[in-house]
Write a new protein. Sequence first.
Length: 438
Amino acid sequence: MIIAVVGTGYVGLVTGACFAELGVTVACIDVDRAKIDGLKRGVMPIYEPGLESLVGKNVRERRLSFTTDLSEGVAAADVVFIAVGTPPRPDGEADLGYVREVAAAIGRNLTGYKVIVTKSTVPMGTGTEIRRIVEANLRGPVEFGVASNPEFLREGSAVEDFMRPNRIVIGAETSRAAAVLKDLYRPLYLNETPFIVTGVVTAEMIKYACNAFLATKISFINEIANLCDQLGADVHDVARGMGLDNRIGKKFLHPGPGFGGSCFPKDTQAIVSLARKAGCDMKIAAAVIEVNDRQTQVMLGKIADVVPDPKGKIAAVLGLSFKPNTDDIRESPAIKVLEGLQRMGFSVRAYDPIAMDNARAVLTGVTLCEDEYATARGADLLVLATEWNQFRALDLGRVRSLMRAPVLVDMRNVYEPDEMVRLGFTYRGVGRQAAASA
């Protein structure tokens, strides 16, 4: 089977490379010539573990190619995936401008039956709109199918998530379109991956419902952690006690500075906005957004408690990406806290293993350092903002000796409070207290 993937961002590039690894012939298409030229040279536009080698292998084996020519890619394909961005508009709605442009271009280049599939996260009803746009741009009578195949890729483990998914969701207008997509995913079906075959609108809804629910778990455990801080409970034990209940599950019960990235903030806002237009008031999802926005101030409050007078003080921030194993700083809680430190009056130094180039493009007045120890040197405050593995095993004696004042605000609960106090640090976690300070 031959497929075309329109859009070489995070979702499109991972999707194209992984389908190629499954033996499919894939053309990845993008209007950004510089990006396509870079990909042809093996230059990745994003950081994702395992992706660079996967792309290189499948390019060499001639299953994966890159082009700016949409007409060529669509003409050869049996299935065309739309994997372009759907950024939030000021009112929270998803901006479907890129999706509409691609749908119109596909219509102008359609000459035979193909299945047009949205891989991007799109509001319910987008599949119907895509059909209308494609039909309006056809140059003659041509049959085609429309489907939704939402992605569930976690940044930092996207290749693994694609190759070993916990489910495949196919929303299709017709049994013919569904059959084509089931055949495309046949290698995963043979691995006993569960398939959900449903209507297009339902498939679109599944993606939004999943992201809104996971965001809810994060905001919920953050509120529990904040209460633990006030009452002297340990949120680690609370989360473990909750997570061992199979009805709840242990994942996404890790308190911290809030969720970020390209999905949860955008998708929670979109579903609230979409519900409002449909006459539904989604109070829980709206509260999730409010709690997440407030969590930055909770973190800054912890910092103000341990460094009440930041004038002339240096804050060292470890981690800038919104999570480990990615260079993505979109809606990163670490960046929000860093900017809050600047407003408080701190001079800020920072380090991230991968996201330095992206951070350099958006941050001003921040000293970016070569490693974690250079960042800590002379600091009055150390903020552990993103839980990269190399920050989990710091030489704490060395860190303490480098700092002007040994104060650590651990926004990811990487370290044990009692041990940090024993080592001479003033320590604050999230929902955890040292026994000496309880």
